[in-house]
Design a protein around this ligand. Structure first.
Ligand code: 3PG
Length: 228
């Protein structure tokens, strides 16, 4: 039977510093690496062993995936990376401290930027230190200036349908190591969460979220592995 394992990267350095990260590339902290190893140990203990892996082009998600796969003895499985699984782009908020931003713009405005469905943060200013136009991993890719969750869904969902769903339909156990908002996009679709309800869905770092699927990829069950 198809099975989907979703895991948000372990705590990142900018999660620790409470900074908006988005497409900026930061590493996991020691705690984040420990979260990933613990996730791998739990998957191994429960006998949930990935057979195909997907991740973004961002270090925190890639490293989390590799730490998990190492702990389950599956670094050898096929692995696919795509920018379409990147975190939502936080635009002009990239690098800012979330608390300082709330003090400057108000808690309500920051909550809208962080959790609304279709309101993007202000765009990244041209020439910003967080401009990724010259990053070789994005050569030929339309790097956004900012993204709402709706924008993120518009790139994550087609990738799920075209790249991930066919692998699941073949009966594989797929692990996707990604980010808070690119996974919220996926969970919104898989669990039929409304545009209004999605604002309250939070995905913790380093916790395997399991989807048990039917052969037609209908969702039979969804649970955090640590809670079952
Ligand atoms: O990109 C970030 O800052 C975090 O990974 C997710 O941020 P959020 O929880 O504010 O959406």
């Amino acid at each position: 039977m198809p099975r989907l394992i979703l895991i948000r990267h372990g705590q990142s350095q900018w999660n620790l510093e409470n900074r908006f990260t988005g497409w900026w590339d930061v590493d996991v902290t020691e705690q984040g690496a420990a979260e990933a190893r613990a996730a791998g140990a739990l998957l191994k203990m429960r006998g949930i062993l990935p057979t195909v892996a997907f991740t973004s082009l961002q270090t925190r998600a890639i490293k989390t995936l590799h730490l998990v796969l190492e702990d389950v003895g599956r670094l050898w499985v096929p692995e696919y990376k795509s920018w379409k699984l990147n975190e939502r782009h936080y635009g002009g908020l990239t690098g800012l401290d979330k608390a300082e931003t709330a003090a400057l713009h108000g808690e309500d405005q920051v909550k809208i930027w962080r959790r609304s469905f279709d309101v993007p943060p202000p765009p990244l200013a041209p020439g910003s230190e967080f401009d990724l136009a010259s990053d070789p991993r994005y050569a030929g890719i339309p790097v956004p200036a900012t993204e709402s969750l709706k924008d993120t869904i518009a790139r994550v969902l087609p990738y799920y349908e075209s790249a991930i769903a066919p692998v699941l339909a073949a009966g594989e156990t797929v692990i996707v190591s990604a980010h808070g908002n690119s996974l919220r996009a996926l969970v919104k679709h898989l669990s039929g969460i409304s545009d209004a309800e999605i604002s309250s869905l939070e995905i913790p770092t380093g916790q395997p979220l399991i989807y048990e699927l039917a052969d037609d990829l209908a969702v039979n069950d969804r649970y955090y592995l640590a809670e079952r």
